[in-house]
Design a protein around this ligand. Sequence first.
Ligand code: SF4
Length: 346
Amino acid sequence: MKKKMIIPIFVSHQGCPNDCVFCNQKRITGVRESFDEKKIRNYIENYLEDFKGDKIVEIAFFGGSFTGIHINLQKHYLEIAKEYIEKYDLEGIRISTRPDYINEEILDFLLKYPVKAVELGVQSLDEEVLLESKRNHKVEDVYKAVAYIKKTNIELGLQMMIGLPKDTLEKSINTAKKIVLMKPDTTRIYPTVIMKDTELETMYYKGLYNPLSLDEAIEWTSKILPLFYDANITVLRVGLQATEEVNIGKGIVAGPYHPAFRQLVEEKMLNEYILKIYNENGKRPITIYANQKLYQSLIGHKRKYKEFIKNKGLPIEFRKNDKINSLIFESGGKILDDIHIPKCFR
Ligand code: SF4
């Protein structure tokens, strides 16, 4: 199967008159200047330098609200991308935008170009969270935008954030459940971090907002991610991508940022899963065989879960076995073959 490659072009904060409390797109994208034509071309050509048709490649306009950019500039960007898509036989164009910047007219315009996917920054499906985050749109705008996109053959992506002002674990889980019901093709989960030069930073210093701790963000996400996995929704990203600006002490003032956030979440999910199997097996001693990748996840970052099991005195043993594809559970000399191993650990 061909690997997928996304060429991300960040139209930094362009097209967005809004100022969501958490947003400083210039820092999130790591780009202070917007791309001009020469830069876009250089950037794409750089990515395509070694391209031999061996990957599925999309050109993506991320960072601002693409469909809010002046129509002439949108055309300009889309024409450039279209040229490369035709020349190299690439997959298509991916854009991200706000839910209230999508309607039939906008989609008709996008469909004149090889736009394959639209990702909506949903962030939350709770009115109070949207209000407190100054999103300036309502939950119903998300449903309207989704309905418009579903009438086309454009792939739908829905991004959510956790830990926004007035958010709770229950609200985040409800947002994820509602997203699942909308059946998007892809999703992304971003824990809220406090970026420099944002309203959230001011709120934080005034004691009006406290970010989730890293452990809380891992805990919340470990309850949300399986909802998407179970529904076969492709999770394109969990946690902010590391850039020079996206780092504690650089662009990030505080919050649950970790460069390997998804890995930490999946380790927690795996740990909870093995404890569940252990309990279901009547707390009898259990040995778990795992391939190299899953073995690392079993023991956890900095051996967190290996230590956890040791400190609790649980009779659970981990063994590495590169000949197996996934996980094998053995107890009392017998393989436990009547257990369901979630797809994400297979
Ligand atoms: S709508 Fe998007 S780009 Fe605009 S301020 Fe909010 S998060 Fe930033």
